[in-house]
Write a protein of this length. Sequence first.
Length: 239
Amino acid sequence: MDAQDLAQLDDKEFEQLLTSNIHPPTRDARTWAAIIHPDNLPRARKILTHVHERTASVLRRRKTEREEFRIECFALGEAGKREWFATRADFESLRRRTANFHQRVQRAITELGQEQRNVNRAQSHSAGQQSRETLRELAVAVQRHQAVHARNGGGAEQVDHELWQHLDRLTVPTGPGQHPTTLRTMLSIYWTDTQPLDDDPGLRTRTGHVTSGAPAPPSAPLSGVPQARRVHDWEGPTA
């Protein structure tokens, strides 16, 4: 049974399949994979939690009933005591089976909880990578905008300088220590490759003039138009 088939079951059928696979040595690997699929995992945890609560209630009720039965039997004298002791073995056997099942359910709930944490981390990482890729694309566009001004040799407006300054102000965490690193540094080291704009010394002079005219100078001279490097091509520290 795959994840889609499992999702079509009603709660009773889902519970039966779930409880028959909670014990690792006897579970069906394919069925368990369907159970822990992200689409079925929340439902499996909810149903198994209800099973755990139900078996806990059964254990408490049977203990109370057994104690009431003992009192009734002992009140009948020796005949009553013999009846109580005669049923003791069956009661203990049933209690052990129920308690063992209860413990297996508890362990399975813990296992499902770990699986949910794995899913949450994977989803968070995916969302973080997407956000980082979006930021990379934006930074590349700003750097390209600055490079075009340098190439054309035109005068930059204050709004242009304010835009370029964001490359030096905004940071992203990088490396094992998650140290803040400016977007310009990320572009220089991890996010882009550059190609020379031209071999004309005059053009290189204009490039330096445009970039140095910004209120917050870039950390490195702009030497070319950036060629975007995708996230999966990074060779730098992991964010």
